[in-house]
Design a protein around this ligand. Sequence first.
Ligand code: PEP
Length: 252
Amino acid sequence: GADRVFFVGGNWKCNGSKSEIKTLVESFNKDAPTTSDVEVVVGAPLPYLEYTRGLLRSDWGVSAQNCWIGKGGAYTGEVTADMLADVGTDWVILGHSERRNLPELKESDATIATKTVYAISKGVSVMYCIGELLEERESGQTIAVCERQLKALGDVIGSDWSKIVIAYEPVWAIGTGKVATPEQAEEVHEAIRKWLAANVSQQVADSTRILYGGSVSPANCDELAKKPNIDGFLVGGASLKPDFVKIVESYK
Ligand code: PEP
């Protein structure tokens, strides 16, 4: 909608190998259109970020799927946003529902917000993921949950949201094949934009891309993309296949 450039992110999650990435990226390089009407970013596992950057067409970005909360030091096993930037990673996915909800991870709203502010301070843009669990939707809390997750960021980020895209990903729709209807998604996207207008600024509300994520596929993307407040997608499973390009083309 509006003047916002359509945005499609792929989230490969914890999948792939060098040989699989090479095959996939070569098909993206060959088959996808070259246009300034859509911004595309693929999210690779950490060991493959630089490898992916080296193979991938230069008009597409590369994203990590997580990073440490602040600067480096004695944090065994962690990776900082500084390091991501150093190896040419333009983006990081933060607050993905798997990182929020897996019992081994359980990242809090505050942790995710702090990570986000640190990442953008290092020049790494953020896909900030929010969304409700099934039981939260069923008990009528969808908008309240999304607003709570937005407020966590609003409390620490200040007025510049230019390096943020918001990904609304209802947890019940992720990896389940159960996509939100265009109406269900649009209702929440509109509420997110209203929240931005009321709590940040009209300018940020107008310019921030709000992506939908959750079982997006070549078969359902066009209907979703028609909605005025759906500015693109964050795509999991379908981003591991050559016809991810069809989702990229839904900007049209
Ligand atoms: C995701 O991981 O962000 C996602 C939306 O996954 P899927 O498209 O597989 O539902």
